[in-house]
Design a protein around this ligand. Structure first.
Ligand code: SAH
Ligand code: SF4
Ligand code: F3S
Length: 430
């Protein structure tokens, strides 16, 4: 049996959570991780397809793995994740040295490759194999897949339809994590408020949050990614009322023009989105809200792009993740629309969003200076501990602090991407 594994991951938190789960499976059968592919018996590349750039990163990594395999033909190579669709002929032709292509969360082929015991998955993906926590903050997928089929997006084709995990399974996993030092979980789903729709007694995300709040050692609950149409008032009330649930939202809008939103099939208008933000801010005036934007979507005019900029100025998000439209083979946009915005225009729009947003983010962050914020110390980078506020702001601490502790920090400096401060009570630093 191969002994050492090297696992490389790109993509979103869901993909990272998948890698951690696979690692837990490897560890369970006695394998050990290595961070040097040249020392590994098996190399696993966990891929993302959301944009061409993400695929390119995996291709270049695979180029290096090919050389390793030439030197050591016994090396086993697996490619998993969102680059692997139903048909793998093209990938097989392009990368003949790869032993197994595994779709997201379909670990069987990889486990067979390492000759580990294959087990009955019981309809759920490894319900009793939990990722081994590496720090006080952990990601926990709660609903897999996506049913929305936004025209530009590859995710539903690669991850399948929405499928929720059983509520008691999640509670058991989070209780396990909490016992092993985890103080904060981030509940994951492509549209996380879709949680529970497909389960027998139809719990919603709020019910799940209520159940998780009972776990004493768990101090914080976050959730990603929100979808405006699925975010009900009932869920928002749970977020507002439950002290352990952080008032921090990732609520992608994608565009500020109704024409573009309709063409994307996002399922809401600009004014419905504005209402949703108003509802959030009405219940939680200080909530942190981030969004995602795509620039250069097929047919996007200058005027339509200006509507996106105006929306950003109007709503003042804490942070914006902006990406240039990247045509994804197989999607509706790829099949029906021409990728007609020149690369230079996309780049200029992208930069404009970044400039607009940098000054907004900085202005919001400056309002934190002088305030006291509760921080969960998540780790140490260099010599400096870091953590996040309830609203999701990254804070660097000026003095040592115990990883995993919840401390009050007085903010004394703000930049566009993070804050800095010192613990109010120096006893907390012990
Ligand atoms: N489920 C989330 C996001 C999933 S993908 C949602 O509904 O918003 C993460 C982000 O990647 C998206 O928010 C979008 O901004 C971006 N993205 C997805 N497909 C893309 C594409 N083809 N080109 C450029 N950006 C894309
Ligand atoms: Fe993709 Fe849309 Fe689903 Fe988000 S909601 S994962 S953008 S199809
Ligand atoms: Fe995530 Fe990329 Fe797949 S963003 S869901 S790993 S396409």
């Amino acid at each position: 049996m191969p002994d050492r594994y090297y696992l490389w991951t790109v993509g979103c938190q869901m993909n990272k959570a998948d890698s951690e789960k696979l690692a837990a499976g490897f560890d369970r059968i006695g394998m050990t991780a290595t961070d040097r592919p040249e020392r590994a018996d098996i190399v696993v590349i966990n891929t993302c397809s959301v944009r061409q750039h993400a695929e390119d990163r995996a291709y270049s990594k695979l180029g290096r793995v090919k050389d390793l395999k030439k030197e050591r033909p016994g090396l086993k190579v697996a490619v998993m994740g969102c680059m692997v669709g139903l048909k793998t002929d093209d990938l097989e032709k392009r990368f003949p040295f790869v032993d197994v292509f595994a779709r997201p969360q379909q670990f069987d082929g990889i486990m067979q490759l390492v000759e580990g015991p294959t087990e009955d998955l019981g309809g759920e993906f490894w319900p009793s194999t939990y990722a081994i926590p590496e720090g006080p903050a952990a990601y926990v997928p709660v609903v897999h897949g996506c049913n929305k089929f936004c025209t530009y997006c590859i995710v539903p084709y690669r991850r399948g339809r929405e499928k929720s995990r059983q509520l008691d399974e999640i509670v058991r996993e989070v209780a396990y994590l909490a016992l092993h030092g985890v103080r904060e979980v981030t509940l994951l789903g492509q549209t996380v408020e879709a949680y529970g729709h497909d389960l027998a007694d139809q719990p919603d995300l709020g019910d799940l949050m209520r159940a998780l709040s009972e776990i004493e050692r768990l101090k914080r609950i976050r959730f990603l990614t929100s979808y405006p149409k699925d975010m009900t008032h009932r869920i928002l009330e749970a977020v507002a009322q439950l002290p352990k649930v952080m008032e921090s939202f990732s609520l992608p809008v994608q565009a500020g023009s109704d024409t573009i939103l309709e063409s994307m099939r996002r399922g809401y208008t600009k004014s419905e989105y504005l209402d949703k933000i108003a509802e959030v801010r009405d219940l939680m005036p200080h909530a942190g809200i981030t969004t995602d934007i795509i620039v250069g979507y097929p047919g996007e005019t200058d005027a339509q792009f200006e509507e996106t900029c105006a929306l950003l100025e109007d709503l003042r998000f804490d942070k914006v993740h902006v990406a240039a439209y990247s045509p994804r083979p197989g999607t509706i946009a790829f099949r029906k629309m021409e990728d007609d915005i020149p690369a230079a225009v996309k780049a200029a729009r992208l930069q404009r969003v970044e400039v607009v947003e940098a000054s907004i983010s900085l202005a919001i962050n400056e309002t934190y200076v002088g305030s006291t914020q509760e921080i969960l110390v998540e780790g140490v980078r260099g010599e400096q501990p870091f953590g996040r506020t309830r609203t999701g702001k990254l804070v660097h601490l000026d003095a040592p602090a115990r990883v995993g502790s919840l401390i009050d920090v007085r903010i004394d400096h703000a930049g566009p991407f993070s804050l800095r401060g010192a613990a109010v009570d120096s006893l907390a630093l012990a």
